[in-house]
Design a protein around this ligand. Structure first.
Ligand code: ADP
Ligand code: MG
Length: 247
């Protein structure tokens, strides 16, 4: 549907850095409107996979399908136009600008003196649709890590993404802040407006907030399942390759 949650397929995606294979024939299906977790140890290829979907990396082989249609996501602008938004593992805030200006900039808009009152009222209205309370006039340098992370998420939510990708969004958050952020993200998916693909190391977050999970190990998608049909020990075994012959 227009303006609704997108389906994502990757089909046999492979990506090499020199001789090193970061992604090896990765196929995965992310259901529209679901919260889909990507789990894997450090270096498993999680960030590389989502960067391919968001247009920051290009796979040498395989394809990416959005709502069943193959797309050549050559750069982040193409991803953006398709409705794909991504929150990075590291902060990308403009320190010399206020929270309000960071949001406007993310939306591709210039803070305009003449329009300021209207723009500000719009931003207040937008913030009111989220559970996050941030002072629009502060600078990111004055924000605590958890507030910075919320601003990164708000920058993407402001763009009304149809597929929202989050790369370890809770790594700098307290468990309470993580619950607040993930609860909101899940509610957003439940509204049918958005699909969420989230990278996390934390089993608790997968079990509490995701519908489906894919485990990556050394560049391969080794395990797919519904969260209500698994448990942390099975996920850990898939992550670490327990019960298999060593390579
Ligand atoms: P994860 O997010 O699961 O921790 P990454 O996708 O960041 O893993 O990285 C997977 C592997 O690919 C790692 O071994 C990493 O060192 C390597 N890698 C990632 N990006 C690059 C790059 N730009 N150049 C060379 N190697 C890279
Ligand atoms: Mg990573």
């Amino acid at each position: 549907a227009a303006n609704g949650a997108l389906a994502l397929d990757t089909y046999r995606l492979s990506k090499r850095f020199g001789d090193f294979t970061a992604l090896d024939n990765v196929s995965l299906y992310v259901e529209p409107g679901s919260v889909h977790a990507l789990l894997g140890e450090n270096g498993a290829g999680k960030s590389t996979l989502v960067k391919c979907v968001a247009g920051f990396q290009r796979a040498e082989e395989g394809s990416i399908l959005i709502d069943g249609r193959e797309q050549d996501i050559a750069n982040p602008v193409v991803a953006r136009a398709l409705g794909i938004g991504m929150v990075y593992q590291h902060f990308t805030l403009a320190p010399g600008m206020t929270v309000a200006e960071n949001l406007l900039l993310a939306g591709g808009r210039t803070p305009a003196l003449i329009d300021w009152k209207r723009q500000r009222a719009e931003l207040e209205d937008f913030l009111a649709t989220t559970p996050f309370r941030l002072d629009l006039d502060r600078h990111p340098s004055a924000l605590a890590a958890g507030e910075k992370q919320k601003l990164e998420l708000l920058k993407q939510l402001y763009l009304k993404p149809r597929l929202l990708i989050l790369d370890e969004p809770t790594s700098v958050l307290t468990p309470q802040e993580a619950d607040e952020v993930l609860g909101h993200v899940r509610a957003f998916a439940r509204s049918g407006l958005c699909t969420v693909l989230i990278i996390t190391h934390k089993f608790r977050e997968v079990m509490a907030y995701a519908d489906n999970v894919t485990v990556l190990r050394r560049g391969k998608a080794v395990h797919h399942c519904r969260v209500d049909q698994t448990d942390p020990s099975r996920l850990a075994a898939a992550m670490m390759g327990e019960g298999e012959a060593p390579p």
